[in-house]
Design a protein around this ligand. Structure first.
Ligand SMILES: Nc1ncnc2c1ncn2[C@@H]1O[C@H](COP(=O)(O)OP(=O)(O)O)[C@@H](O)[C@H]1O
Ligand SMILES: [Mg+2]
Length: 269
């Protein structure tokens, strides 16, 4: 049997802040397999981003203390933090939360996507770089990709920028995408398009997705499994239908009650 893409066991993360030590993640366990979408849902401050950043070892060394295990295709990056470096991008890539600030304003889309391609493929001729980059922009359904290649971020809408960031993540051909609230900064209609795109990519490539969201509408649309997070712990875990249709934890019921968009997404799709 092959190891799951990502297997997290009893992960604990303590953040050392000027106000003291915060245990932001308090013993969570989950796994993501090929072609699966697993969602961490919870309100702001519940520890979702800390979990995602901890898993990718993107928290500041020395200010974040991890215990437990995080295995990418069997390689434990808690036991050996340096082991994550060659895995980042190639095995797991991050789609950040805010597309408006994630790209450099002074470089073209092509330059930034080109950097991501070079990281993965080494030296490529400019023509080859552009050919592959434009193909990636097409893959994330950006119209006129040739023109967009030469554009600057401020010339693109938020939804389009998020597509560029997804393309940038895909440049490394990762097996797992970690998406931290990838649509929270976008309008509801654009949000649905981006989620459709992710599901479409998953269908075509079998990529695994670790989705982070505070929105049960999003979680219901994309997830195979859901973990409901509160104060650093999972209060409830299960298949999507089970969590949405018959939540057993009062906190999950509160989340369900608080999400008017749950119905709205269904009507617009
Ligand atoms: N840089 C930081 N300094 C102090 N506390 C932090 C920092 N980052 C996160 N925290 C704390 O860790 C907890 C989890 O935060 P976070 O993972 O960002 O939650 P979420 O992504 O679910 O909104 C919160 O209590 C938050 O206040
Ligand atoms: Mg967050």
């Amino acid at each position: 049997m092959t190891a799951p893409l990502l297997e997290v066991e009893d992960l604990q993360i303590e953040l050392i802040t000027h106000a003291g030590v915060v245990r932001a993640v308090d013993g969570v366990s989950f796994s993501v397999g090929r072609g699966e979408t697993v969602t961490l849902i919870g309100e702001s401050g519940s520890g979702k981003s800390t979990t995602a950043m901890g898993v990718l070892r993107l928290l500041p060394e020395g200010l974040a203390v991890l215990s437990g295990s995080v295995r990418f295709e069997g390689v434990d990056v808690v036991a050996d933090p340096a082991a994550v470096v060659p895995l980042r991008g190639r095995v797991a890539a991050l789609i950040p939360q805010d597309p408006m600030t994630a790209l450099s304003p002074v470089h073209t889309i092509g330059a930034q996507l080109g950097d991501a391609l070079r990281l993965r493929h080494g030296k490529l001729s400019r023509a080859e770089l552009r050919r592959r980059g434009v193909a990636l922009l097409e893959q994330v359904h950006i119209r006129q990709p040739e023109t967009r290649w030469d554009a600057y971020p401020h010339q693109l809408s938020g939804g389009m920028l998020q597509r560029v960031l997804i393309a940038t993540a895909l440049a490394a051909e990762p097996a797992l995408l970690v998406a931290d609230e990838p649509t929270s900064a976008l309008d509801v209609t654009v949000q649905a398009d981006i989620l459709d795109l992710l599901l479409d990519l998953q269908e075509r490539t079998g990529i695994g997705i670790l989705m982070i969201t505070h929105d049960l509408g999003v979680a219901r649309l994309v997830s195979d499994r859901i973990h409901v997070m509160r104060a650093g712990r999972f209060v409830e875990s299960g298949e999507v239908e089970q969590i949405i249709d018959s939540p057993s934890d009062p906190y999950t019921r509160e989340l369900l009650a608080a999400v008017p968009r749950l119905g709205a997404l269904e009507v617009t799709s």
